[in-house]
Design a protein around this ligand. Structure first.
Ligand SMILES: Nc1ncnc2c1ncn2[C@@H]1O[C@H](COP(=O)(O)OP(=O)(O)OP(=O)(O)O)[C@@H](O)[C@H]1O
Ligand SMILES: [Mg+2]
Length: 313
């Protein structure tokens, strides 16, 4: 649905030219959520604006649903829906419903279809009871949800979301996440940026992490998490391990730490499927509460990747 190839964007700042986006290529298939992650200033918004046709790349091209839209903003706009950082194309004096209907008719829906679609979307994000309130009376989070509805009015097949859950309360963030999942099942391609790694981990089929304008890691979310998980086991007991139990565990000769009196972190040999049984055996009769293998979360992966060695999958 989206293929962006070799995008480059340079800006001229007071300290000289900077390359905000340095040969970035990303693709998003129909029904797929790609989380596009990176620290502040990495080039995410600049990339999204190029994809949306709002700024022109210095190099590279963007193809949406088979159509080359680079430098053709009107065509790009009709093919995609976008909620961009900070900017909302909402009319303050119009009501929620009026905004959506107006926008829908701009996108060539008939007023009746626009009205129906608007009602459906307002229900989806739980703004139905505000439909007749003007935008200026909405809270920031409500405006954010309305901006998402607006982006979805014409049923775009590609949706660009730049930090869609920023500053939203729990219920609103859940509503937006549910909407993103729903769009995925409808075959919509979604490009999402966020600094909330839990949101990215919950929603993304694939990840692309950028740093200083360059891709440093791409891959399927599960593969990346597995790859960054370490072969460390945590064994937690109901009470502190005794000196005898600790000594017995050490006789196995495996790397071992005791971060708290009740917790052991052990790294058994990976090629020994019975290792964990042997460990539990020597810890007998400790009241074991939990045995779990370390599973990396996206926050850990992100931190490792942006602070140093990322490698493309
Ligand atoms: N219009 C502009 N003129 C000059 N420099 C710009 C302009 N827009 C962006 N930049 C610079 O390009 C770089 C990338 O900015 P961008 O907004 O794409 O980052 P980002 O990844 O979206 O960051 P954040 O997480 O803070 O939103 C930054 O160094 C920024 O200062
Ligand atoms: Mg940004």
């Amino acid at each position: 649905m989206l293929a962006a190839d070799g995008l480059v964007k340079r800006f001229h700042s007071r300290t000289g030219p900077i390359t905000a986006v340095d040969h970035i290529s990303i693709a998003v298939a129909a029904g797929e959520v790609l989380a596009f992650l990176g620290p502040n200033g990495a080039g995410k918004t600049t990339t999204i604006k190029m994809v949306a046709g709002l700024i022109r790349p210095d190099q590279g091209r963007v193809v949406v649903d088979g159509v080359d839209v680079t430098g053709r903003p009107a065509l790009a706009a009709s093919r995609l829906g976008a909620v961009l950082e900070g900017s909302r194309n909402l009319y303050w004096r119009l009501t929620c419903l009026e905004n959506l209907i107006y926008w829908g008719t701009l996108r060539r829906l008939t007023p009746a279809v626009a009205r129906q679609r608007a009602g459906e979307l307002l229900r989806m994000v739980d703004l139905e009871d505000r439909q007749h309130n003007s935008v200026q009376t909405l809270s920031r989070g409500m405006q954010q949800k309305l901006a998402l509805c607006q982006a979805l009015m014409h049923r775009p097949q590609l949706v660009l979301l730049d930090e869609p859950t920023l500053g939203l309360d729990f219920a609103s963030a859940e509503a937006i996440k549910a909407t993103v999942r729903q769009l995925g099942t409808e075959g919509v391609a979604i490009l999402l940026t966020t600094h909330q790694m839990d949101v990215a981990q919950q929603l993304a089929d694939r990840l692309a992490i950028i740093r200083a304008g360059q891709l440093v890691l791409t891959g399927r979310t599960e593969e990346v998490l597995t790859r960054y998980s370490r072969p460390v086991w945590r064994v937690t007991a109901g009470e502190a391990f005794s000196a005898g139990q600790l000594a017995a565990a050490r006789t196995l000769g495996w790397p071992l730490e005791q971060p708290t009196p009740k917790d052991l972190l052990v790294t058994p040999p990976e090629d020994d499927p019975a290792a964990i049984y042997r460990l539990l055996d020597v810890l007998r009769p400790a009241a074991i509460r939990l045995v779990e293998r370390h599973q990396a979360d996206l926050a850990e992966v992100f931190q490792q990747v942006v602070s140093g060695g990322g490698e493309a999958l």
